[in-house]
Design a protein around this ligand. Structure first.
Ligand code: SF4
Ligand code: SF4
Length: 526
């Protein structure tokens, strides 16, 4: 049994509300005829993929709708069969509440794969590049919330000794990974074997919090079945946020990921159990990521549970699948109660990042009081930040200072907001500051690009002018040379003519002299 290193900070919550939704088997939702799925093109970190279909096209389940573009991107596929009835902006689950480009797919109720499944790959006989490309084409991204393209993670550049499977699921209310581990442990382990092969790691540690005994048991059985000594299921204490990838890496290896660093800096790669199953489905079953496990829970839902949901399904349909809400205007959020993302409309679709839909009564608005400098926020921060300092600097928009205090190491876990006796929404300030800094960087980058373009243009204009002037000067010189050479030619001709003339004159004079000599000798003889 591997040693564990307990988190020195974090929160022991009074109630994790897991039992509301973890009792029933997961139900698969299949879109019925005429139902609309709203599939956003950008469901991952990185570049938006390129649209491959047009309005009116019929598509099969699993067919590629948009192809990945650039180094960090992921494919998007049809979650069922049907017709593309719109390609238009639609409000999606995002902090900004803004709309983004979506494909609207009207289901035909057949849920027909056609021939879209890709051929099975034998990972031990396939080169790394082909395996990585398959994961990319299948649109596999981190399902723990970060939605970072998995192919980029698997194409490791630094040696990794440990693969960490993240089954911690530390957020209150969320139980989808718990159910997934209970129901598909063998597929998760098979996916982990593929990943171990790809990254050439020596061991796989599977971290699960001790409030999920059934999942621990299912994963242990799956590990026993493959008799692979590299695998170990490690039970860890239930404490929030042990499921953060840096926190879990520390708990399982005792190694800290440095500020601004990646898991690879600690020799570890941390991947969510749902993502691992998706890798298995991509490589072995040839199936893209088109559905995911989602928990529907909260005090205002009639029948909480877990669902296997086609991506693009509106949240309203998910609520209906859970027998509806007990109140007329529930408060809808995505994610657990510690990091909730408010949803502005029940028509917002399920995306790759959707692990949980919470349906609750609207919260009581807490009166925000001034900071009393109690320091409780710093005591619970799992990243050892100074939340109070970050708050003051973010509030006064001193962005350089916020960055100096490692804002970007903040995992937005919400521990500081949770314990703040003044009810200051600290995480909202950090999100605002992060967005502001990113916008400033973007503006600076755009200005830099514009400046470089302007300089390049100026340089090109000057070069063209310089080349023109040089050409003109060359032409003038050539003309002069031609002129002077023609003058020289004339002088030479004149000299030749004069010489000929002189020779003629001399010949003429000689002839005349000879004539005179002949006539005087004739006269003398007479
Ligand atoms: S917990 Fe709240 S009141 Fe206490 S120091 Fe932090 S921000 Fe201020
Ligand atoms: S939200 Fe950020 S600052 Fe607050 S406790 Fe979590 S990591 Fe620390």
């Amino acid at each position: 049994m591997s040693q564990t290193w307990p988190l020195p900070v974090g929160l022991k919550l009074a109630d994790y509300h897991k039992s509301i939704s973890n009792q029933q088997p997961t139900q698969a939702i299949i879109p019925t005829q005429g139902e609309h799925l709203i599939i956003p093109l950008l469901q991952h970190s990185g570049a938006k993929p390129h649209l491959e279909i047009a309005l009116g096209d019929y598509v099969y389940k699993g067919q590629l709708l948009a192809k990945p573009q650039g180094n960090i991107s992921a494919g998007v596929h049809a979650s069922t069969s049907g017709t593309i009835v719109a390609i238009e902006p639609h409000v999606i689950a995002h902090n900004s509440g803004l709309a983004d480009l979506c494909v609207v797919l009207e289901a035909d109720g057949k849920d027909d794969w056609g021939n879209t499944r890709l051929p099975r790959l034998d990972y031990q006989q396939t080169d790394l590049k082909t395996l990585v490309n398959r994961v990319r084409e299948c649109g596999v991204v981190g399902l723990g919330g970060a939605v970072f393209p998995t192919d980029v993670k698997l194409n490791v550049r630094q040696p990794v000794t440990t693969l960490i499977l993240n089954g911690a699921e530390c957020e209150p209310y969320i139980t989808c990974d718990d159910r997934l581990m209970r129901e598909h442990a063998a597929e998760i382990i098979a996916g982990a074997q593929i990943i171990l092969h790809m990254i050439q790691a020596e061991q796989c540690l599977i971290g699960i919090e001790d409030n999920k005994p059934e999942a621990i048991s299912a994963m242990q059985q799956a590990v026993s079945a493959i008799a692979d000594k590299r695998f170990e299921v490690v039970t860890i204490p239930t404490i929030y946020p042990s499921g953060g990838k840096k926190q879990l890496t520390y708990i399982l290896t005792g190694k800290e990921v440095p500020s601004g660093g990646r898991g690879g800096d600690a020799g570890a790669l941390c991947i969510n159990v749902g993502t691992t199953r998706s890798v298995y489905q991509a490589i072995v079953q040839g199936e893209p990521l088109i559905h995911r496990y989602v928990t529907v829970s909260g005090e205002a839902i009639k029948q909480a549970g877990n669902f296997e949901v086609p991506l693009g399904l509106p949240m309203s349909r998910l609520i209906a699948a859970a027998q509806g809400s007990t109140i007329s205007e529930p408060w809808l959020t995505m994610g657990g109660s510690m990091m909730p993302l408010p949803l502005v409309s029940p028509q917002i679709p399920v995306v790759k990042a959707t692990n949980c839909l919470l349906v609750r009564p609207p919260p009581n608005t807490e009166v925000v009081m001034p900071c009393i400098r109690c320091g409780r926020c710093a005591e619970v921060c799992p990243v050892s930040l100074l939340p109070q300092q970050l708050y003051w600097y973010a509030r006064s928009k001193e962005m350089e200072q916020v960055e100096r205090y490692h804002l970007f190491d903040c995992i937005e876990c919400g521990c500081c907001s949770y314990v703040c006796p003044s009810h200051i929404p600290l995480v909202d300030y950090y999100r605002f500051a992060k967005a502001e800094i990113k916008a400033q960087r973007d503006t600076r980058h755009k200005a830099e690009v514009a400046r470089t373009r302007h300089e390049f243009r100026q340089e090109r204009i000057e070069r063209v002018q310089r080349e023109k002037a040089e050409k003109l000067a060359k032409h003038k010189t050539a003309l002069k040379e031609q002129e002077s050479s023609s003058k020289e030619g004339t002088a030479e001709t004149d000299a030749k003519k004069a010489a000929i003339q002189a020779a003629l004159e001399r010949a003429k004079a000689k002839k005349a002299q000879q004539a005179n000599t002949t006539s005087s000798s004739t006269e003398g003889s007479a």
